[in-house]
Design a protein around this ligand. Structure first.
Ligand code: GDP
Length: 304
């Protein structure tokens, strides 16, 4: 089974899935559109979250970073006037340093991810969407900024005039992603940000076409008219999209078979989706604890 993932909503679902199926049977195609270089280190936040999840060291309160990590290096750098965008923990930085060294030695991001997975003893197949650089850039009234600067430094406050996945049209789906998509028929689009997490994966040439030939289930990250967390609403609005689960379904309608929306959602009209040939299923998608994550995963597995 393949899951398309960002770094929060989909990892919650994967956390549930891995209680029901062996890690060896899970392939995750991960967004790399939020990657950033910082103080000589290449940080790929969504891949790290998925790596740490499978390695059993993820901080599941934040859904990023390593549980119990310290921040001595970050603090010392700050005291020296080096203001990093992402407050990397020490162990987290160590993983990123090892990756950067591998990339500097000529490994692709896929090869580096594979090697780090192996060293962590991970059995799942964690696949960067592309080996090439794709970057979410946000156009604000004060200028064009990296997504991380918008979301972390500026706390998502600036008005969003537009945004784009710079490099996506030229980037290729990673060979590993292509190969797993050739073998597997079932794809879950996790409840990740449709703009900055799933958007970059879908923006890669071929991806939408490939999905048309698969059985695809998408889970909405939006309930009613608001995302569970994060900037998805603001970014969707900047593209003129309705901020709702219906807006998400509209984005995915050409290649999904089943759309899962939340039982609390009063915006989505299942008949509208059924008329487009998409099965609409209402489930409790709020994955606030492990039991809820497993329950949602179990219900989704029944849909295949
Ligand atoms: P990012 O890479 O950290 O931005 O993470 P993702 O894109 O993977 O996840 C962010 C999205 O997950 C947001 O749009 C949230 O609305 C959604 N999300 C987070 N937790 C949940 C949840 O428990 N249920 C659902 N349905 N969506 C969630």
């Amino acid at each position: 089974m393949i899951i398309l993932s960002g770094g929060t909503g989909s990892p919650k679902l994967i956390d549930g899935l891995r209680k029901l199926i062996p890690d060896e049977e899970i392939s995750v195609i991960v967004n790399t559109g939020e990657d950033i270089w910082s103080s000589g280190v290449f940080i790929t936040p969504d891949i790290d979250t998925v790596l740490y999840l499978f390695a059993g060291i993820l901080d599941k309160n934040k859904w990023w970073s390593i549980v119990g990590d310290t921040h001595h290096t970050f603090q010392q750098m700050k005291e020296l006037g080096q203001n990093e965008i992402l407050p990397l923990g020490d162990r987290d930085r160590a993983v990123n340093l090892v990756r950067t060294e591998m990339l500097n030695d000529g490994l692709t991001l896929m090869e580096a991810t594979d090697e780090i997975s192996r060293r962590f003893g991970i059995k799942a197949n964690i696949i960067p969407m592309s080996d090439e650089t794709v970057t979410a850039m946000i156009e604000t009234p004060e200028g064009r900024i990296h997504f991380q600067e918008f979301w972390v430094t500026k706390k998502g406050i600036p008005e969003v005039l537009s945004f784009e996945h710079e490099g996506a049209e030229k980037a290729k789906l990673s060979p590993a992603a292509k190969s797993v998509l050739e073998k597997e028929d079932l794809v879950i689009i996790g409840p990740s940000n449709p703009m900055t997490s799933i958007g970059p994966i879908l923006a890669l040439p071929e991806m939408k076409e490939i999905l048309k030939s698969k059985k695809v289930i998408a889970i909405s990250p939006i309930i009613g008219n608001a995302p569970v967390s994060g900037p998805a609403g603001k970014l969707m609005a900047s593209k003129g999209l309705e901020v709702s689960s219906r807006g998400v379904a509209e984005l995915y309608k050409d290649f999904i078979d089943i759309f899962v929306y939340d039982i609390r959602d009063d915006v989505l009209n299942p008949e509208e989706l059924e008329a487009m040939g998409i099965q609409a299923i209402a489930l409790d998608t709020m994955m606030t604890d492990e039991e809820k994550r497993v329950n949602l995963a179990r219900e989704i597995l029944k849909l295949f």
